[in-house]
Ligand binder design. Structure first.
Ligand SMILES: NC(=O)c1ccc[n+]([C@@H]2O[C@H](COP(=O)([O-])OP(=O)(O)OC[C@H]3O[C@@H](n4cnc5c(N)ncnc54)[C@H](OP(=O)(O)O)[C@@H]3O)[C@@H](O)[C@H]2O)c1
Length: 292
């Protein structure tokens, strides 16, 4: 079977499609035939930076596919599933035609979207959900979400709206203003200097912007960006954790029509270098999928 691997760190040219042995599911694990995965910033960072497991390594965190063999009573061959695998910590990348994962990482795929498109959900969705939970966003909040046109930001705008909170947004460029409004943001800016000061009861920063002055006194500031936190009491980072229940919750929201998946591009997996180049060029509205 084929997997997308790196044997050294560098530009998109270090990505190669390699013939590798089919994985064997261990105890409580499930073998999945991959339908699709997606690109997340962690994938190009793992490729480019000296981070992640020993090389050669298969990249990829997101997975949507069909169970083909199982060592867990909760799954049967033919089940359509989604998963998030913390590749950088565990080395279990999902960019392969077949993937073996612990059953505790899987949830049933949403049924109202294609299995391929469901690959856009796991990492971005779980990250947004957990960051909003860390920020304790509820219906009384006035929330600012930065990077709102991005993958996590776009999920966060929708999920924050479901809590009943009022949501405003910061995007990177004027042509993304409409997209953030369509996701449910009320007021949308593209220049941090224009943000109202001391206004928001909660800020979720997905873009590493200087949004600190927009936080109301006593507000909660949560960031998922690599950038250092602003000097605000209680400001905290959120780091996504694998969580089956969160995946299942997100899939249910998709099926109820309450969470919209946004797909920008679909690439056959052997065009992974082009997919990375497109991703790193920026300005992408929605997820980039790799089809297996
Ligand atoms: N801590 C965690 O657990 C965790 C989990 C997932 C992701 N992350 C990190 O969170 C970040 C976002 O991830 P993602 O998947 O949402 O990436 P993404 O899809 O690339 O979205 C990032 C968005 O932020 C925008 N942006 C960049 N600079 C901005 C600025 N100064 N002001 C406003 N918007 C700006 C980008 O616009 P352009 O395309 O125009 O640049 C893009 O729309 C990445 O750094 C990622 O590594 C962390």
């Amino acid at each position: 079977m084929h997997a997308i691997q790196i044997a050294s760190h560098g530009g998109p040219e270090v990505l190669s499609v390699r013939e590798v042995p089919q994985p064997a599911p261990g105890a409580d694990e499930v073998l999945i035939r991959t339908a699709a995965s997606s690109l997340n910033p962690v994938d190009w960072k793992t490729r480019a930076w000296e981070v992640g497991p020993e090389l050669p390594a298969t990249l990829g965190w997101d997975l949507a596919g069909v169970v083909t063999a199982t060592n867990h009573p909760g799954y049967r061959p033919g089940d359509q599933v989604i998963a998030m695998s913390a590749q950088i910590a565990t080395g279990r990348g999902t960019w392969a035609e077949q993937v073996a994962l612990p059953a505790r990482l899987l949830a049933a795929a949403p049924t109202t979207v294609s299995l391929v498109d469901a690959a856009s959900l796991p990492l971005a969705g779980v990250t947004a959900l957990q960051a909003l939970q860390q920020a304790a966003v509820t219906d009384g909040d006035h929330v600012l979400i930065t990077g709102a046109a991005g993958a996590v930001g776009g999920m966060a705008v929708q999920l924050a709206r479901h809590t009943g909170a009022t949501v405003d947004a910061l995007v990177s460029r004027p042509e993304h203003l409409v997209a953030a409004r369509e996701l449910g943001a009320e007021r949308v800016w593209h220049a941090p200097a224009d943000l109202p000061r001391r206004t928001y009861t909660a800020v979720l920063d997905t873009a590493g912007t200087a949004a600190g002055p927009a936080l109301a006194p006593g507000g909660r500031y949560v960031s998922i960006a690599d950038h250092p936190l602003p000097d605000i009491p209680g400001a905290a980072k959120s780091y996504v954790q694998e969580d089956q229940d969160h995946l299942a919750h997100l899939a249910a929201l998709v099926d109820r029509g309450e969470l919209r998946l946004r797909i920008a591009h679909r690439y056959p997996f052997h065009e992974v270098r082009s997919a990375h180049e497109r991703f790193e060029a920026g300005g992408v509205l929605g997820k980039i999928l790799l089809i297996f």
